[in-house]
Design a protein around this ligand. Structure first.
Ligand SMILES: *Cc1c(COP(=O)(O)O)cnc(C)c1O
Length: 459
C-alpha cells in the first residue's frame, strides 16, 4: 500500500499547498509534509484498511494546513489569574499599566539614547538614564541595575567577598522559589560562608566573634518568604552597621521584595522599606524589580557611590546587564514613586494588594450572577488571598471568592478544561471546590471567565 502515498513533488503542487509555499520557508514546509507522510506510513504499518488510508490521503491537504496553524500558534499567551495571588511568579509576577506599556513601544520602534550621551555626542552610560530617579526615590547615593535580584546578590558578593569570608545569620540562610539558595549563591560567587547564631536567635556578639582579618562582608538577608515566630532575636541594621564600621567591613542587605511605600497605611503588616535600609546606613542594598516594587524583572543595587562604582567595573556586570525595555519600564515605575501622591493607586501590584474589600465583593457578585445564568451553581465565600512572590508570607489579605459547582463537571475537570482554552483561566481548587478570587482580575477578566465557562460546557 506504500505506493499509494503521494510524492512530495506532487503534494507541493496541491492548490492550497502551492499557495502557502509562496509564503513559507521551503524546508519548513517540506518537514511538515514529511511529518504527515510519516504518519501515513505508520498507519500502514499498523495495518490500516485501504479504505481508511484513501480517506486520510484525501484529507492530506487540510492535515498539512492544520499542522502549520498549530505550529504557528502563540506560545507565551495571556491567562486570567483567578488565583488571587498577586505576585504569582509562574504567571509573570508583576503587571505594569497601560501607560507604562505604551512607553516601551516608542523605545522599541525607534533608536534611543540608551548608551549615547546627547550632551557630548559620545558614548554614555546605560544606567545614567534611570540612576537619578532611583536615587531620588530611595535616598541612596548611587544606583545600578542588573537582570534580577539573584544576579544582584551574586555580583555584589563576587565583587566584595570573593576569596574572603561572608558572615550571615543562620536564621537568614533562605531558599527562594526552589532555585535561589543563599548558601549556593554565596558559594558560586567565590566567597566562604560563615554562619553565625541559630535559626531563631542571632545576637550582635555572634557577628563580632566571627569577624577575622579575612572577613569581606556581612550579609543581611530579609527573610521575605518565611517567618520564625516565637522566641526570636535578630540584630537590627543600626547595630550591624556599627559592628561593620568598627571593623571596616562592608554591610550588604538583600531586601528581596523592595517595597518603597509604607504598607501599614493600608492595614498590611510592616515590610521594611528600601528607604529605611538606606537610612540605617547599609552600604549596599539589593532588591527585585518585579515583586512589591511592581515593575519589570530586574535586580536593583543601590548604596554608597564608591561601591556602586566598583560594581560597574566588574566584568560580571556586562553579562548581567539589562535590556532597554527594562530600563524604560523602570524609568516609568520610579517616576510614579517620585511624582505621584499615592503610588499604590497607580502601580498594579500595589493596587491589587491594597484593593478595597467591597470592590472584590462587587466583582465576585457580578461574576457569580453571570455564572448562575449559565447553569453553574455558585457560592460567594470569605477567604484570603496571598501576596505571593515570597513577599509578606504571613499576611492574609481578606477576600471574597466565587466557588463554582457543576452537576456534570467535577472541580478537577473544570480546572483542566479552563486551562486548555485559547485564553486560559487559572483558578484554584480547595477542599473539593473550584475557586475564583477576583482580587487579581484585570479589566475584561469577568467577561473572559464567563465566556470560558460557557465554552467548557460545550466541549
Ligand atoms: C525573591 C528574592 C530573591 C531573588 O530575587 P529575583 O528578583 O527573583 O531574582 C533574592 N533574595 C530574596 C530575599 C528574595 O526575596
Amino acid at each position: 500500500m506504500y505506493n499509494r502515498i503521494p510524492k512530495m513533488d506532487d503534494i507541493l503542487k496541491y492548490e492550497k499547498v502551492a499557495k502557502i509555499a509562496e509564503e513559507f520557508d521551503t524546508d519548513y514546509l517540506k518537514s511538515v509534509i514529511n511529518e504527515c507522510l510519516n504518519d501515513l506510513r505508520g498507519d500502514i504499518k499498523n495495518r490500516i484498511s485501504e479504505q481508511d488510508l484513501m480517506e486520510k490521503i484525501s484529507n492530506l491537504e487540510s492535515e498539512i494546513l492544520n499542522k502549520i496553524s498549530i505550529n504557528k500558534r502563540d506560545r507565551l499567551i495571556p491567562v486570567v489569574n483567578a488565583t488571587g495571588t498577586v505576585i504569582h511568579t509562574n504567571l509573570g509576577r508583576s503587571l505594569i499599566n497601560k501607560e507604562m506599556s505604551e512607553s516601551i513601544d516608542k523605545i522599541l520602534l525607534c533608536y534611543s539614547n540608551l548608551e549615547y550621551n546627547l550632551e557630548t555626542g559620545k558614548r554614555g552610560l546605560r544606567y545614567s538614564n534611570i540612576e537619578e530617579l532611583i536615587t531620588a526615590v530611595t535616598g541612596a547615593e548611587s544606583a545600578m541595575v542588573v537582570n534580577n535580584n539573584a544576579a544582584a546578590v551574586m555580583l555584589v558578593l563576587s565583587e566584595f567577598a570573593k576569596g574572603k569570608e561572608a558572615i550571615i545569620s543562620r536564621g537568614e540562610l533562605i531558599e527562594i522559589g526552589g532555585s535561589f539558595r543563599i548558601p549556593e549563591v554565596m558559594k558560586l560567587s567565590g566567597c566562604e560562608l560563615v554562619e553565625v547564631g541559630t535559626t531563631n536567635k542571632t545576637h550582635i556578639f555572634d557577628y563580632q566573634n566571627a569577624i577575622t582579618e579575612n572577613t569581606g562582608v556581612i550579609l543581611k538577608v530579609h527573610t521575605s518568604n518565611y517567618k520564625v515566630v516565637g522566641f526570636t532575636v535578630g540584630v537590627s541594621s543600626d547595630e550591624l552597621k556599627k559592628v561593620a564600621d568598627d571593623n571596616n567591613i562592608i554591610l550588604i542587605e538583600d531586601l528581596g521584595s523592595g517595597v518603597l511605600v509604607n504598607l501599614e497605611e493600608y492595614g498590611i503588616a510592616h515590610e521594611p522599606t528600601v528607604q529605611e535600609s538606606i537610612k540605617s546606613g547599609i552600604d549596599i542594598v539589593t532588591f527585585s524589580g518585579d515583586k512589591l516594587l511592581g515593575g519589570p524583572q530586574a535586580g536593583i543595587i543601590i548604596g554608597k557611590k564608591e561601591y556602586i562604582d566598583r560594581l560597574r567595573k566588574n566584568q560580571l556586570t556586562r553579562a548581567l546587564r539589562v535590556d532597554k525595555i527594562t530600563i524604560k519600564l523602570l524609568e516609568e515605575v520610579f517616576k510614579v514613586y517620585y511624582f505621584e501622591k499615592e503610588p499604590a493607586k497607580v502601580i498594579p501590584t500595589l493596587k491589587m494588594i491594597t484593593l478595597d474589600e467591597n470592590e472584590i465583593l462587587c466583582r465576585a457578585t457580578k461574576l457569580s450572577e453571570k455564572l448562575n445564568i449559565l447553569g453553574y451553581s455558585t457560592e460567594i465565600m470569605e477567604d484570603y488571598s496571598e501576596v505571593g512572590g515570597g513577599s509578606l508570607p504571613t499576611e492574609e489579605l481578606k477576600t471574597h471568592v466565587v466557588c463554582v459547582k457543576d452537576d456534570k463537571l467535577s472541580e478537577n475537570e473544570i480546572d483542566y478544561k479552563l486551562r486548555h482554552l485559547s485564553y486560559p483561566v487559572v483558578g484554584r481548587i480547595h477542599e473539593g471546590n473550584y475557586i475564583l478570587d477576583p482580587r487579581t482580575f484585570v479589566e475584561g477578566d469577568i467577561s473572559r471567565i464567563v465566556l470560558a465557562f460557557k465554552e467548557i460546557k460545550e466541549i
